[in-house]
Design a protein around this ligand. Sequence first.
Ligand code: CUK
Ligand code: CUA
Length: 764
Amino acid sequence: MFKSAKRALSLAAGVAIGLSAASSAWSASSLEQVMKERGLTQKDVLAAAKTYVPTGGRDEYLVFSSGGQSGQVIVYGIPSMRILKYIAVFTPEPWQGYGFDEESKAVLAQGRINGKDIKFGDTHHPALSETKGDYNGKYLFINDKNNPRIAVIDLHDFETKQIVVNPIMKSEHGGAFVTPNTEYIIEASQYAGPLTDEFVPLEDFNDKYRGAVTYWKFDMKEGRIKPEQSFSIELPPYSQDLSDAGKGPSYGWSFTNSFCSERYVGGIERGRPPFEAGCSSKDTDFLHVINWKKAAELVKAGKAKTINGHKVLSIKTAVDNGILYLVPEPKSPHGVDVSPDGKFMIVSGKLDSHTWVYSFDKIMKAAKAKKFEGKDPYGIPIIAMKDALHTQVNVGLGPLHTQYDSKKCIVYTSIYVDSMVTKWNYCTGKVLDQMPIHYNIGHLMAMEGDTVSPDGKYLVALNKLAIDRFNPVGPLHPQNHQLIDISGDKMQLLYDMPLPLGEPHYAVAIKADKLKPAIRYRSGWNSREDKRSPYKARAGREKIVRSPGKVEVFGTLIRSHINPEILEVTEGDEVIIHLTNLERAQDETHGFAMRGGNVNLSVEPGKTATARFIADKAGVYPYYCTEFCSALHLEMQGYMLVQPKGYKAKASGMKEGVKYTEADYKKQVKTNLDTQAVIDSVVAFITSHNYKDFPTVVALVEDATDQLGFAAEAKKKSEAAAARKDWQNAMLWANQWWQYQVKTADMGLRAKTYLEQNGAKKIK
Ligand code: CUK
Ligand code: CUA
C-alpha cells in the first residue's frame, strides 16, 4: 500500500520530465546546438548564466518592490528575478487571508479614513529598517501616496502589522524613508492642503494650504510606530516630493525636495492654463533642509501646536530655531539621494539635463554664517545655489533618481526622457557610461544602494513602460524590471522581468542572509498582532460554545481533517470560527473556505485565525481546506448546516454508505503492518545516516514522528473497537491509522531522498 505513495511520487517525476522533453532545445545535447535552435547569441548565454539559479538554489539578494496601485509589496530574488511573494499591505488579499480573518481586518481598520474602510493604496517607496545606516533585516515600511498612510511589515513573517494614517496631510509622496537608526520614518506631503479637516477655498491657497513633513517615531523593540511620539513640521504649499535622511556628518538632518514652488493652482474649466504650465515656469524649486533631531527636542520642550491630536512645529518656530532652510534646486526635481558617507545630496531636475550635487558641508557653512540670498514668502532663509553646490553634471534629459555603487564616487542616475541609465562620478563630475533602457525608466535600485555601505554588483531599472518587450496581453501591459550587471566598467543588461501587479515605483534590495524569517508560528499565534491568541485550541480540546444567537467554534486543522466536521447553527446566528493549525511541519498551511460569505482563511502552521459572519440564510454550506496539503486534502472537508428556526433534528442516526466486516478490518490491518515495515526501513536508513546535520531532514523527522504518534492513537481506537466486535468503527479507525502512516511515509521518503541527494554519510 505504501507503494501507492511511491507510485504517486514517480508519477510526479514523470510529468516533470514530460514537460521538459516537449521543448526540443532541451533534448539537444550540446550548448552550441541549443544556442542555434533558440537563436541565442554568446552574450545571451552569458547573461542567462549570470542570472540562472539552479533548481533548489537560492538568490543572493531579496528585493522589496512597491506594488503601486495594488497596495501590496512584491518580493523577488536577484539575480534570478523570480517572484517569491506579494505581501498584502493596504489591500485585502485572499491567498494570505488578509482582510478576511478578523485579525487582519483589525490591521486594515487602522487605516480607515473618516471612518471609511480604504480598500486600495498606491504604494511608492519601501524602506528597510536600519541600524547605523545599514539594513538590519527586521522591518519594512511603505507609504500610500493616495491616502497618506505608512505601513509596518515585520520581516520575521512578512506580514503587515500596523497602518498609521497621517493626521494632517491630504496627500503624500515623500515616504517612507528612515533615519540611520530608524529613530523616525519620514513622510512628506505632496499636494498641499489645509492641515485641518475643514473646507478651505482654493482662493486661500497661499495663506491656508500647507505642506508638511512627518517624522513617525519607531520603536524597534516593539516593532511599531508610536503616533503619540511622532511629530510634523509645517512647510509652505510647495508640492514636497521625495525625502532622504542624512547620515555620518549629516546625521540628524533630512532633505525633502519640492516642485511647483510657483504655488500655481490650475483650473482649465475656469479658462486658466493647466497645472503643468504654471508649475514649471520658474527655473528652480526648493530643497528643504531640516534638522529633525533639533525639531524633536523642540517638540519635547513644548514648542509644537496640536492639530488633529498631532504635534506640529510651525514654519516660524522652525525658522526661529535655525532648523529649516531652503536651497534652490533644478526645475521640477524628483529624487534627492544622500551619499553613503553623508557628505553629498544628489538632486535631479526632471525638466533639466543635469544632476546637481550639493555639499552638506557648504550648506552648513552658509547656514552658520547666516549667508542667505533672501527669504521665501513664508520667511524661510534661502541659501544661494552657488553656496551649496559641489558640482553639476550633464547626464541626459529628464534625470530622476540616483543610486550609489560600492565603488567610491560612482553613481547611477535614471534618465526618464532619454530612456537610459547614466553611470557617472560625482566627485570628478565625469560621465562614465550610458545604457539604453526599455522604456522610460523611473526609479533604479542598486544592491543596498541607499545604505552607508552599498554592495554594487547589480542594478535594477524600474521601467514605466513595457510596450513591445513581452508577449502581448491586451491594452494593460505589465511593468518591466531590467536587471543590469554593474560589476564591470560597462553596464551589461542581463534580464527583463514583467511585473503584472500595479506600477512599482521604488524598490530596495537586501542581502538575503540578513533576513531570518520564521518557518512556523508558536502554537496558537495571532500573527497580525504578534501575540498568543486567546482563541487557540489544542488537539482533543476543540469545542463549540453556544449562547443565544451566537455559536463560537474553537477548532483545529491538521492533515487531513478540520475539527469540527459538522457544524449546526440556527438561521440568524452570529457564527465565529477560530481555527488553529496544529501542524509543526514546514509549509503545511491549511486554508478554510465556505460558500457564500467571504469566509476564507489562510492558517499557517501554529497560527490561529478567526472568521466571523452571520448565518443569515437556512441551507447547507460545505466548507473545505483550500491548500493541497496531503493526498487526502480533498477529504479535508465539512458541513455547516444552517437550520431554520424551530427545526427539530431527526432521531435516526447517520447512514453510512458501506458496511464493514471483520474480514475488511483484518485486510486493512495487514496493509497497515506492511506499511509499518516500509516505514521502519526508511527510519532505519535515516537513523543510520548523519541526518542531524541537515536541518531540513530534522524538521521532516519531527513531523513524521508527530504523524506516527497520531497513527498510534488511531490504532488503539481501532483495536478497542475490534475487541468490542464493532467492525464498522474498527475498520474506520484502522483506515485512519493508515492515513497517518501514509503521511509518515511521505515525510520519511522526502527525508531519505534529501539525504541521498545531499551526500549524507553513514554513521557507526
Ligand atoms: S516616484 Cu514614481 S518614479 Cu513615487 Cu519615487 Cu519617481
Ligand atoms: Cu489542509 Cu488541504
